[in-house]
Design a protein around this ligand. Structure first.
Ligand SMILES: [Zn+2]
Length: 72
């Protein structure tokens, strides 16, 4: 009888741990999912990911310096 109680406590502990931990793996979500969009610098033509590019009125640029060179 003592072992039955112990078994119940262990099973309860396992159940409790499962409740604490969700089944799906909590993988940190990528802020930039999917294929990356490549853009070309309007000034020098170099290709770079859109999230790294500097957006200006005339298009994308590889750097702030190139944006200023063309747009100011
Ligand atoms: Zn450039």
């Amino acid at each position: 009888m003592k072992y039955l109680v112990l078994l119940l406590v262990v099973l309860g502990g396992i159940w409790w741990l499962r409740q604490q931990r969700p089944e799906r793996p909590s993988k940190p979500t990528d802020p930039r999912p999917g294929p990356q969009v490549m853009v070309a610098c309007t000034q020098c033509g170099v290709h770079l990911p859109e999230y790294d590019a500097v957006q200006g009125h005339l298009g994308f640029y590889c750097s702030e310096a190139h944006r200023q060179r063309l747009e100011t």
